[in-house]
Design a protein around this ligand. Structure first.
Ligand code: GLN
Length: 447
């Protein structure tokens, strides 16, 4: 299996989906063989996997898609990754990603953009660009990404695979390099509901090394059409405008399928969602600016020589961070600074509460909420790179979920034909906190 995954990775190297291959993969495979020989039963025995390059794996490079960490070798392993290894998985390599998980296209990586396997002139979406591309291109059956504002769901949608953002606290963040700590979650990318369930049952669950980890043992299983009968589905009104014709058509077809299986479908309005993007960026950028303060060239990663300590730190941060990361550090620091804190950061935290309350109110009437995952299918490489606001707007359907800490799943639901090419379209299901299992049952029911 490992050899097959490596051969596929070699054949698909043009996608630029991997930043590094894991030199220890053979040792891991041999260890699995001896554990099997000793009679152990391993749920992921020998399964080749790829993990996003912001997840630490002892003895391998963890670059976060940044020059800053180009040569950084992890001295420890993330809890979610350790659980994969304990279950018998073999880590083939580390996936390309937007620098420090900032972006919506996969293009902000210092190692170059990831190309969409469906049309290599188009983006994969971001920031778990490589994690989605390797599953879509068949290098490995499953991968791990991370989702702060849509980074598992959006690339999954644009690449035609499943992507789950679990309830905040469901999967340990220990060993995931922090972007915005109150929003970050690790999540799986897969080609079927059954594979999502398999992975979640391994990686979810309490971890004493993450103070926000919840004690909610996972009980995932792919559902059947029976699970859709009687389901009350709310379509979020605010997500219905501004979509391409193909995205609207795929959403409507999915709603028809749900009705056909015995679900009831109605619209529900969450008016505060019109502030979701502004709120998300005013919370994520300040958190990121704080988290990234640690990259000063003194302890982690690269260090530019300089006359004195301050000069060295300044040059290290000027050269190590790309444009988007620098932009966010500046905006985030500004929004936290005295005099602006009340107007920006503090106000954003109050709107965040409003958004969470509107979700709670909607869940009084509905079991699950639905939106497109993205208003459009994969866009062309370079199309949004020089216009950060247009890039941020790509997250319109995904960011509110992270602000409210909810679980959400992007399901590959159809295609839109653009310039003679079929481009995948995803539909997003959002569940109440801790009902991640329901999402995977619905996905199974729709397969
Ligand atoms: N596109 C969003 C951002 O750039 C989401 C990132 C993420 O989920 N890591 O912040």
């Amino acid at each position: 299996l490992l050899a097959a995954a490596r051969a596929r990775a070699e054949a698909a190297s043009g996608l630029n989906a991997l930043i590094s291959l894991n030199d220890h993969a053979d040792e891991q495979a041999v260890a699995v063989q001896s554990r099997l020989a000793a009679g152990e039963s391993l749920p992921l025995a020998g399964l080749p996997m790829v993990i996003k390059d912001n997840l630490n794996l002892n003895g391998t490079r963890t670059t976060c898609g940044s020059r800053m960490l180009e040569h950084y070798v992890s001295p420890y392993t993330a809890t979610a990754v350790q659980r994969l290894l304990d279950a018998g998985a073999v880590i083939v390599g580390k996936a390309n990603m937007d620098e420090f998980a900032m972006g919506s296209s996969g293009e902000s990586s210092a190692f170059g953009p990831t190309l969409n396997p469906w049309d290599t002139s188009r983006v994969t979406g971001g920031t778990s660009s490589g994690s989605a591309a390797v599953v879509a291109a068949g290098l490995v059956p499953v991968s791990l990404g991370s989702d702060t504002g849509g980074s598992v769901r959006q690339p999954a949608a644009l690449c035609g695979v499943y992507g789950l953002k679990p309830t905040y606290g469901r999967v340990s963040r220990y060993g995931l390099v922090a972007h915005a700590s109150s929003l970050d979650q690790i999540g799986p990318v897969a080609r079927s509901a059954a594979d999502l369930a398999l992975l979640m049952n391994v990686i979810a669950g309490h971890d004493g090394r993450d103070a926000t980890s919840l004690d909610a043992p996972p009980a995932f299983a792919a559902g059947t059409p029976e699970d859709l009968r009687g389901l009350r589905v709310g379509v979020i009104t605010e997500s219905l405008g501004g979509n391409t014709a193909g995205v609207s058509a795929v959403l409507n077809a999915t709603l028809d399928a749900l009705r056909g299986a015995g679900a009831s479908v109605a619209e529900v309005s969450l008016p505060a969602l019109k502030h979701a993007i502004a709120t998300y960026y005013l919370i994520s950028m300040p958190e990121a600016s704080s988290n990234l303060a640690r990259y000063d060239g003194m302890v982690y990663g690269s260090r530019e020589p300089g006359g004195d300590v301050l000069g060295s730190m300044t040059r290290t941060r000027e050269r190590g961070f790309g444009r988007e990361v620098q932009r966010r550090i500046m905006i985030g620091t500004y929004a936290l600074s005295s005099g602006y804190y009340d107007a920006y950061y503090s106000k954003a935290t109050r709107v965040r509460r409003l958004i969470a309350n509107e979700f709670s109110a909607a869940f009084a009437d509905f079991n699950v909420l639905v939106t497109p995952t993205s208003p459009f299918p994969a866009f062309r490489l370079g199309e949004k790179m020089n216009d950060p606001l247009t890039m941020y707007a790509a997250d319109v359907d995904t960011v509110a979920v992270n602000l409210a800490g909810l679980p959400a799943l992007s399901v590959p639901a159809g295609f839109e034909e653009v310039d003679g090419k079929r481009l995948p379209v995803g539909v997003q299901f959002i569940a109440p906190a801790l009902q991640d299992e329901l999402l995977v049952r619905i996905a199974g029911g729709l397969e």
